[in-house]
Design a protein around this ligand. Sequence first.
Ligand code: GLN
Length: 451
Amino acid sequence: TQAHVEAVEACRSLNAFITETPEQALSGADASDERRRKGNAGVLEGIPLAIKDLFCTQDVLTTAGSHILDGFQPQYESTVSANLWAAGAVMLGKTNLDEFAMGSSNMTSYYGGVENPWRRSGSNEPLVPGGSSGGSAAAVAARCALGATGTDTGGSIRQPAAFCGIVGMKPTYGRCSRWGTVAFASSLDQAGPMTRTVRDAAIMLRGMAGHDPKDSTSVDTPVPDYEAAMTGDVRGLKVGIPKEYRIDGTPAEIDAVWKQGIEWLKAAGAEMVDISLPHTKYALPTYYIIAPAEASSNLARYDGVRYGLRVPGETLDEMYEATRGEGFGAEVKRRILIGAYVLSAGYYDAYYNKARRIRTLIANDFKAAYEKVDVVLTPTAPSAAFGMGDKMDDPVAMYLNDVFTVPASLAGLPGISIPAGLSGEGLPLGLQLLGQPFEEGTLMKVAEVLE
Ligand code: GLN
């Protein structure tokens, strides 16, 4: 813990942390030693972790990367972080993120962008770590934390994991409790581990997951020992290769890593099966209707009365307007506008209801595929990490980052990103494995072969 507290300090130039909690880390480590002496060690005993600043942490500033939560110190702990502390882990601090987890670059954070610890060979241009869990990914990649929590609504664990050369898993929707996690799009949000290795992800997920009566969408099935599933034996396992994920304009190096992954799995005895997920091309537009719709509703609670920032006005309405006008950044406002529009009378059927129907078709595509295959292999993102100024004036180009991650989010399925190779410029590239509901263990087993 001491070494990691020092590493967090040494890496400040990355801006990966919004809040450092060294005292909490060191006293947590002492308490951990005590439990170990008494023979009560938990599965994560003494492991120093970073927590995405979307998880409420009792008496510790929780910002969601937004100005509107200015000074917010929750009186309660999120279930996921409480589970981690109960398993013996200690907290190093709260990591930076895109505002309310809306973004793919970490550049929408009120607290500023995060630098990816990686550089293109021969260049010193700072690159984004991806997003929205960019601070968590950078902290793990820079060896500031042994692991970090992330949340993934449409790719926010998997894409930054790919950009930073680490492992990131989005579990099945309902596997981890959403209670005490600042809500973005409630039917999609899911917490998961970001770690250096697949084995670490298996250990950490076991510490985070579990049924929680405080979240009605949390699923009441026992949490398996994911490590036990990692037998190394993938012989006879069927891996689906979806033809719709070969999209025009994907750089050749992304295809090359995908082919390499296929070869590795074949060599380990798995069988490749060509599959079709025909509604894939509708996933991105569907997501960018459903996620903003839910966000516009979830973010209605920030009114200057209940939390954080309050900007005074002559009347109550003026106070609301001034607070929300100043408290939210441009991307969050864009999402609220889109969400309110697609939910408004007259457009609800044309946009929101249609998107919900397409969401079902996308889920059905996966169901049909899983009659034939055990897992699906795709690239995680259509590019490597990009420059900190890139794509900022083009929201649609930014949204395209999620093209490979969003379909599984809409279907509620688990996915993992594994570092699988380097781009021509020496940047990490990730491969994504998607699985059947609650088959995280199978994903871990296959992912280890690709690692
Ligand atoms: N990049 C996607 C978005 O901006 C996904 C974000 C997420 O998964 N939280 O909505």
